[in-house]
Design a protein around this ligand. Structure first.
Ligand code: HH2
Length: 276
């Protein structure tokens, strides 16, 4: 069982996490839902399309992205999280700032998606002193410079080792294992070869004993493979989501919820997994 605040999932089928970026500069949907009414309407649409969770972000972390202030991030995400109070699915806050995490949890967020994997002690404390779930993600370097020179000797082993340490740190801080998911962080300080190795061997992360989340939707590795720009990466994103699930991902983080839900219905039926 995966506990996500007041929600729980038995993970008998893969979950779809819909992305709502309230940012001017996200790589694929920047500026589209910057106004909170628009973001809220978009979030409701993703729920209607079958999203199992929503991930609300107020700071782009695409390669080269510039950080934003706490206040700016709060101004972007809080009205959306507050507007989704009582939603039928858990709301995740995509942030690495402890202040934003705390305010989002107070506003009703049931999960924190931290690309820094709770390496900040205040972030760790914010989660440990609540009942929300957490996604611990691997990255090498920081968004501003991370794609300049990613380097690993054995990328899959190194990502696994990092996540193992982060799970242990979270458990030591009092975060129960059934509230933790892990993510190899596709595109975060990784070359195309690194990303492909991680996807190819995604099932190796399963030995860590917590659900795996995969975020491949519209990412530049799919552009590199297909030659398509970001608006034309739906087919590649669907392929990547299906591959991730077949290699053990429990949650896929996607922009295109309806298309991913449909694709997974086909896979689930073939695998003998029911609809609910
Ligand atoms: N990818 C992005 C942002 N947050 N969180 C997790 N756990 N895993 C990911 O792969 C991941 C993430 C980047 O994608 P997106 O939110 O669409 O873009 P941007 O960071 O430009 O807002």
């Amino acid at each position: 069982m995966f506990y996500c605040g007041n929600f729980q999932f038995d993970l008998s089928r893969p979950l779809v996490m819909g992305i709502v970026n309230v940012t001017p500069d996200s790589f694929s949907d920047g500026g589209r839902h910057l106004h909170s009414d628009a973001a809220l309407a978009y979030a409701q649409r993703l729920i209607a399309e079958g999203a199992d969770l929503l991930d609300i972000g107020g700071e782009s972390t695409r390669p080269g992205a510039r950080p934003v202030s706490v206040q700016q991030e709060l101004d972007r995400v809080l009205p959306v999280i507050e507007g989704l109070r009582g939603a039928p699915v858990p709301i995740s806050i995509d942030s690495r700032k402890p202040e934003v995490m705390r305010a989002a949890i107070a506003a009703g967020a049931q999960m924190v998606n931290d690309i820094d994997a709770l390496q900040d002690a205040a972030a760790m404390h914010a989660i440990a002193s609540s009942n929300v779930a957490v996604c611990l993600m691997h990255k090498q370097g920081d968004p501003l410079t991370m794609q300049e020179q990613p380097h690993y000797l054995k990328v899959v082993d190194e990502v696994c080792a990092f996540l193992r340490v982060r799970i242990a740190a979270a458990e030591t801080a009092g975060i129960q294992r059934n509230r933790i998911v892990i993510d190899p962080g596709f595109g975060f300080g990784k070359t195309l070869e690194h990303n492909l190795a991680l996807l190819r061997e995604l099932d190796k992360l399963a030995v860590l004993g917590v659900p795996v989340l995969a975020g491949l939707s519209r990412k530049s590795m799919l552009g590199a493979l297909t030659g398509q720009d970001v608006a034309q990466r739906l087919p590649a994103s669907i392929a990547a989501a299906l591959i991730a699930v077949q290699r053990g991902a429990a949650i896929v983080r996607v922009h295109d919820v309806r298309a991913t839900v449909d694709a997974l219905k086909v896979l689930n039926a073939v695998n003998g997994i029911g609809l609910s």
